[in-house]
Design a protein around this ligand. Sequence first.
Ligand code: ADP
Ligand code: MG
Length: 249
Amino acid sequence: MPAFIDIQGLTKRYRNADENAVDNLSLQINQAEIFGLLGPNGAGKTTTISILCNQIIANSGQVYIEGKSLNSDRENIKKIIGVVPQDIALYPKLSAYENLRFFGNMYGLSGNDLRDRISISVDIFGLRHKLNDKIATFSGGMKRRVNLIAGILHRPKVLFLDEPTVGIDVQSKNVIIEHLQNLNRNEGTTIVYTSHLMDEAEKFCTQIAIIDMGKIIAEGKPKQMIKEHPSFNNLEDIFLLLTGRSLRD
Ligand SMILES: Nc1ncnc2c1ncn2[C@@H]1O[C@H](COP(=O)(O)OP(=O)(O)O)[C@@H](O)[C@H]1O
Ligand SMILES: [Mg+2]
């Protein structure tokens, strides 16, 4: 059986760039995994995620999700994936409710069903009291929470998140990680997330790949990888060993 997400020889070179941002990258991700694509700034994480959610097009390579080709079956793939981008993709002058209604509509949701889904989500993420306030008045952590809700209203089978917990308060971070774990546990949602926060990834991910200069340089289960490097206690040390670089930006 092919993997749930099957990435074969993906390569992306931006116009005028001297090197590939993603360089012949192959990766298999199983269903219901919490998969971490980890690497330092500029490693190619956002480029990879953007290709997987059809926001940019690779120069070469193939991606299959649930056996469907990203190139030839775009519309069907769009229905089963959810995207939470690194940069907040909300309309600042609209309220949280108006933003979520907009994104819900985009995924074909409407009426009572959409209203109920928004209502349940704002309770889970502690945003009930801000529902009718303009996004412009929200803190960074609150915007991230709305951004996340926008990506999951249609209950995708696969959720792509690009650095969803970077630069926000601890409370928002915990709410986000806990909810993602619940989605994975209760609905079997496959989660693909990028991060440069190794301590978080070590606890959160069931499987990881370390990416550097557009290439996968290591892959495995966090606990297993630590076991295989007896002189190290954590993922961050292993990363330093493999790349000679710190993950912190
Ligand atoms: N729109 C772009 N045009 C040209 N180069 C880009 C663009 N976006 C990213 N890059 C370059 O591609 C490489 C990978 O970037 P990116 O995928 O954003 O890495 P990461 O998300 O891991 O920080 C970097 O060298 C970056 O400078
Ligand atoms: Mg990035």
